[in-house]
Design a protein around this ligand. Structure first.
Ligand code: NAG
Length: 432
């Protein structure tokens, strides 16, 4: 599994440029800087419970070599993590089992963020890191991450990354709501993008025979039109095509409320128009037609719609459009409305939702790490035949193969990579 291993390196390295962040290397007292120039602090000042251990094999990241596991107690917490009150925060927990206990038995447990947002870690492999990531507005100037025993297996954690976001980001988030990471994709990118000031990693969509990949001709892309502050690099490339359809088969079939952010930038300086509408399961979700602007960024957020494993997000040209629809980047989160753990009982509706959410999130996060989440994205271009769509839906080797040979690169290297002339540069690739 060389490709996934290489691939993982990039996202475990993204914090380098974060504005305000704390990276906790669990299970060690040592602080230090790793090969990717990320500063890690040990966790012994932050938690008094649990025990330290070392994994049997770690070729990935220094921060994953040690972990803290919790052999006793129903709940063990890293508490009093200082934050700026009133802002937003992204917390990423990474679990690298590494058969540290020599039981070769994959643990399952819950993780509670800020006493409120509950996710489940269901480890499915010894040597593939698993992650749970959530964005929320902390209620106070401190937050906590708790590991809750739900079975006989011991909860553990390898690293915890805390990144403060600008308060204007994800500003559609209601009070008490959280966003659990589901998918974050840079379309047209062939390597992972980690030059994000806000600690987010962007998975590459790779390329596909049936879409047109465009590279922006703009020397500079202004991203100020997007309050979520996507890094400019994810707007440099796009996919375009008539009948472009995206989906996420790893979503639960029963459906969950999602937060979907889409980013658009016109790649060519042209007077001809590109204009399209967006449909979620056939229902239009944008107000006025999307008309991407050259050198600028349009952000469209769709919130509180329910999406499931067969949901189709379809981009359809308007009658006046000269060019086909396009997409540069997408973020998809499952909305958490908070749990009643440790608090008063919520309504029946909320409790029901919470009981489902952890399972969903657990499965999803693992799948994402195994690089499956985005190889099964359904793409249809100039092609509405369902049969053909099924044939295309699961090319499970496509992206993995594509990633072979890519390795963690510095921002400069990535910039170079994206700017170098490639065969598709300047022209839309023919799809027929
Ligand atoms: C997903 O949701 C759509 C629209 O509500 C529905 O038609 C479809 O049957 C659902 N898919 C599954 C697998 O339940």
């Amino acid at each position: 599994m060389a490709a996934p291993a290489l691939y993982l390196l990039f996202f475990l390295s993204i914090i380098t440029l974060s504005l305000a962040s704390v990276n906790i290397d669990c299970g060690t007292s040592a602080s230090g800087i790793d090969n990717n120039n990320i500063r890690w602090v040990g966790d012994t000042d932050l938690i008094t419970t649990g025990k330290s251990s070392t994994v049997l094999n770690n070729e990935l990241e220094k921060s994953l070599s040690t972990l803290r596991y919790f052999p006793s107690g129903k709940s063990n917490c890293y508490s009093k993590i200082p934050l700026t009150k009133g802002g937003k925060v992204l917390i990423r927990t990474v679990f690298y089992y590494g058969n540290y206990d020599r039981k070769s038995s994959f643990p399952t447990f819950d993780v509670l963020f800020d006493g409120k947002h509950l996710g489940t870690a269901s480890i499915l492999s010894s040597f593939d890191p698993y992650l749970l990531e959530v964005i929320f507005s902390p209620a106070s100037s401190e937050t906590s991450v708790c590991f809750l025993r739900t079975s006989s297996s011991n909860p553990f954690v390898s690293s915890i990354e805390i990144v403060e976001l600008d308060s204007g980001m994800y500003n559609e988030l209601g009070p008490g709501e959280g966003l659990f990471y589901q998918q974050r994709i840079a379309y047209g990118a062939t390597i992972g993008l980690r030059s994000d000031l806000h600690g987010r990693f962007w998975f590459p969509s790779g390329s596909h025979a049936l879409y047109r990949e465009r590279r922006s001709r703009a020397t500079l892309i202004d991203t100020s039109g997007a309050s979520n502050q996507p890094p400019e690099i994810v707007l440099r490339k796009s996919w375009s095509g008539d009948g472009l359809v995206l989906g996420d088969p790893t979503l639960p079939s029963g459906g969950v409320p999602v937060y979907l952010a889409m980013y658009f930038s016109e790649p060519i300086d042209t007077l001809s128009s590109r204009s399209f509408n967006i449909f979620l399961d056939g229902k239009q979700v944008n107000e006025s037609p999307i008309e991407p602007v050259f050198g600028e960024t349009i952000q469209v957020v769709v919130k509180n719609v329910v999406a499931n494993s067969t949901t189709e997000l379809e981009f359809r040209s308007t009658a006046s459009s000269f060019y086909p629809p396009l997409i540069n980047a997408v973020e998809l989160y499952v909305i958490s409305t908070g749990t009643s753990v440790g608090g008063g009982g919520g309504g029946g509706f909320i409790e029901e939702k919470n009981s489902k959410l952890p399972i969903i999130l657990g499965v999803v996060a693992a799948v994402a790490l195994l690089l499956i989440a985005f190889v099964v994205i359904i793409i249809i271009l100039a092609n509405r035949h369902k049969a053909r769509m099924k044939a295309l839906a699961m090319p499970t080797s496509t992206v993995a193969n594509m990633e072979t040979g890519s390795s963690p690169q510095s921002e400069e290297q990535m910039g170079h990579n994206l700017n170098q002339p490639a065969n598709e540069a300047g022209q839309e690739r023919s799809t027929t």
